[in-house]
Design a protein around this ligand. Structure first.
Ligand SMILES: Nc1ccn([C@@H]2O[C@H](COP(=O)(O)OP(=O)(O)OP(=O)(O)O)[C@@H](O)[C@H]2O)c(=O)n1
Ligand SMILES: C[C@](O)(CO)[C@H](O)COP(=O)(O)O
Length: 230
């Protein structure tokens, strides 16, 4: 069995969530902090050898006081992230143990990831060195101009919405990041490999694995998680 290190990206500013109290990844959903749901999904796996939570320096004191004990109980290592998502991923990558060949990067804002999806994207990464979860576009896509007028309907038959985890052979991911001219601009890790011409496999995921972006997303996530435990 191959070993995987999992980097849980939780160092964002949560600006679209717009909560005065707590960033989205630390907000309780179904009775525990959002990041804990994904952490549990990975911590229980025999093929996960290391779990790294990347948080923002500005959240360090709060986390230490309120949530560090939960992380310790799960064996989660905490590191500080950077200004952009890719910077946080690189901080997490630097903490991955040298003996671990595969790395999965998952948004801590995606608490509903399914075990079966993780199984499939892990297997795909072992077979191809690089694989991501994604869902096919299910709506009609429009391109609009600056005035908000529709310019075209974009053919969607080959379009996917990237999700996470995104899983890579560690040497391939490190090489792509090292080769990329400006990785901080990347909004996901697959695009780092794409820029260097490395093929990335898509694994179809469940639409349940949404990324919490705004407060409205909490309703769906709360219902989804509660329906799994009821
Ligand atoms: N510098 C950053 C930016 C984002 N993330 C993480 O990457 C995931 C996806 O990012 P996003 O949903 O955009 O989170 P935020 O950047 O916090 O959201 P916003 O853009 O609304 O500020 C989140 O779990 C977020 O915490 C991170 O670890 N480090
Ligand atoms: C990584 C990601 O969740 C894949 O869809 C997405 O790119 C994160 O983007 P965000 O702007 O940081 O939410």
């Amino acid at each position: 069995m191959n070993a995987f290190a999992v980097i849980l990206a939780a160092a964002g500013k949560s600006s679209r969530f717009a909560s005065p109290d707590q960033k989205k990844v630390f907000t309780n959903v179904d009775s525990q902090p959002m990041w804990m749901h994904a952490a549990h999904a990975f911590a229980k796996r025999a093929d996960v050898a290391q779990l790294i939570l990347v948080i923002a320096a500005e959240d360090q004191d709060m986390f230490q006081q309120q949530q560090a004990a939960m992380a310790a109980r799960l064996g989660v290592q905490v590191v500080l992230g950077g200004a952009q998502r890719a910077d946080s991923v690189l901080k997490g990558l630097a903490a991955v143990r040298a003996d671990i060949p595969f790395v999965a990067i998952h948004d801590a804002a995606r608490p509903c990831v399914l075990d079966s999806s993780i199984d499939r994207v892990f297997a795909a990464a072992e077979a191809s060195d690089a694989a991501i979860l994604a869902i096919p576009c299910s709506s009609t896509l429009k391109r609009a101009d600056a005035r908000g007028c529709i310019v075209e309907t974009v053919p969607r038959d080959q379009l996917w919405l990237a999700q996470t985890p995104q899983v890579f052979r560690r040497t391939v991911l490190e090489g792509a990041y090292a080769e990329h001219s400006n990785p901080s601009l990347a909004t996901d890790d697959a695009s780092i490999l794409e820029a260097t011409g490395y093929p990335v496999t898509i694994v179809e995921d469940s639409p349940q694995n949404i990324k919490v972006t705004t407060q409205a997303d909490l309703l769906f996530v709360e219902f989804t998680l509660q329906s799994r435990t009821s």
